[in-house]
Design a protein around this ligand. Structure first.
Ligand SMILES: [Zn+2]
Length: 441
């Protein structure tokens, strides 16, 4: 009796030991997140290591089955917020004795796509499952937006950096760049739409990731006259502070900080996850490569001028990190024909700046200045077919001198004489300095 009991115990121990050994070799799903974008739903599994997986689409009822070889689950699938997604329920079970099977019950058919992501920065190995909607969201075409009876609005594409899986830089007190920049982008959207002759379009309007290349394409699809990407990045030195504006450089960077930031920004796709979009129009990109060289100079000059104007206005409410527009090879600025700038609203790693950046009042203040900078650039250089070119700018009480401004240029712009400008501002010479304020009589 006694011996039998011992035998049973050791048999039990052996049974317990076996799974313990194989467990050590399995991969476990440690976390799960869900992001809803306008055209797809993204499910992300955090893994303890790389996993071999297989995805099947089944009909009647619609469902997706994901098998992960030798995997176990430690994540809470029940906590997922499934509202507004095509997923009605998530089930999971051990299948074939050793594999983890996750089943997504669907309320409508989707086009699934799955791909792994390698660990990077704070992110572990991940498995991404994208469920693309089969009905595309309605997006106004360029023709709809632009042709409103001859005189068109100037279109500004506003791109809130990061989003979804990519939180961007993290500041003290859990301040996340992706949230701060979305708030600033939305405030800027309001500011610009309130200006006569302008129309703003948000590239990202929610907590989801858009690949850098797709952001560029979206700006083009909006028919944007200017693309503005909004950021609030981290820097290795906590003390680093101030706002900066960047334009593209296909050669070297204008400073070590610019090079560092561009490299960090370009890693976004590796963190946010790019699994290849459904439209495989890479011919686009080949063409873009050719055009890039042909038309880049004009686009680049426009980007630098618009950037200088924005920097000028931001300097009124915040310290500037650098007094000039900087340049580096930012992927999100690689547009052959849409002038594009990247605005760093401040360093989120700086405690004082992080605090300010997370308050709605400061977000609005920054948004207003960026919008003013954009407006003042286009007042100087309105597209020929725009309402602004036809109607002329509204005469302001005063202007702030930007790079490239001349007294005769300003006089012509506001239809006053140079002499009147000089006397109203008690100027002895025609020399102007950047940042100088001029009263317009
Ligand atoms: Zn950023």
């Amino acid at each position: 009796m006694r011996a039998g009991f011992t035998r049973t115990l050791s048999a039990l121990a052996a049974m317990l030991l076996l799974p313990a050994i194989s467990l050590a070799q399995t991969v476990s799903v440690e976390g799960v997140r869900l992001w809803r974008a306008p055209d797809h739903t993204r499910l992300v599994l955090d893994l303890s290591g790389p996993v071999e997986h297989n995805l099947m689409t089944l009909r009647g009822p619609d469902r997706i089955v994901i098998d992960m070889k030798g995997a176990s689950n430690a994540a809470d699938f029940d906590a997922l917020e499934l509202d507004k997604t095509p997923i009605s329920r998530v089930r999971h079970a051990v299948h074939d004795g050793a594999n983890l099977r996750v089943v997504l019950d669907l309320s409508r058919a989707v086009k699934p796509r799955s791909f792994p992501l390698k660990p990077l920065q704070q992110m572990p190995d991940r498995l991404v499952i994208d469920l693309h909607d089969t009905v595309a969201p309605v997006e106004k075409t360029i023709a709809d937006v632009k042709s409103s009876g001859g005189d068109r609005d100037i279109i500004i594409a506003i791109d809130a950096g990061h989003g979804g899986e990519d939180p961007g830089a993290l500041g003290p007190g859990r301040v996340r760049e992706k949230d701060v920049v979305l708030a600033i982008a939305r405030a800027m959207h309001k500011e610009i739409n309130a200006m006569r002759g302008f129309k703003a379009k948000l590239v990202r309007d929610g907590d989801y990731y858009i690949p850098l290349r797709d952001r560029v394409k979206k700006g083009k699809r909006f028919g944007a006259d200017l693309f503005v990407s909004i950021h609030a990045d981290a820097f290795t030195r906590k003390g680093a502070n101030g706002a900066s504006v960047f334009a593209l450089s296909q050669r070297g960077a204008s400073s070590e900080t610019a090079r560092f930031l561009a490299q960090r920004e370009n890693e976004s796709d590796l963190i946010g996850g790019v699994g290849g979009t459904l439209d495989l129009s890479d011919a686009d990109e080949m063409l873009a490569g050719v055009l890039l060289d042909l038309s880049m100079t004009a686009t680049m000059n426009d980007s630098l001028e618009a950037g200088a104007s924005v920097l000028e206005q931001m300097g009124q409410v915040t310290r500037l990190h650098k007094p000039r527009v900087e340049q580096a090879n930012f992927a999100v600025l690689r547009s052959p024909d849409v002038p594009s700038i990247l605005v760093e609203t401040g360093f989120i790693t700086n405690p004082a700046e992080a605090r300010a950046l997370s308050t709605p009042a400061y977000q609005r203040k920054l948004a207003r200045q960026v919008a003013r900078g954009v407006a003042s650039y286009f007042e100087r250089k309105p597209p020929e077919d725009s309402l602004l070119a036809k109607a002329g700018p509204q005469k302001p009480d005063q202007v702030i001198i930007a790079r490239g401004d001349t007294l005769s240029g300003i006089a012509a712009r506001y239809n006053v004489s140079v002499a009147a400008l000089k006397s109203a501002n008690r100027l002895r010479s025609s020399a102007l300095r950047v940042g100088q304020k001029l009263r317009i009589p």
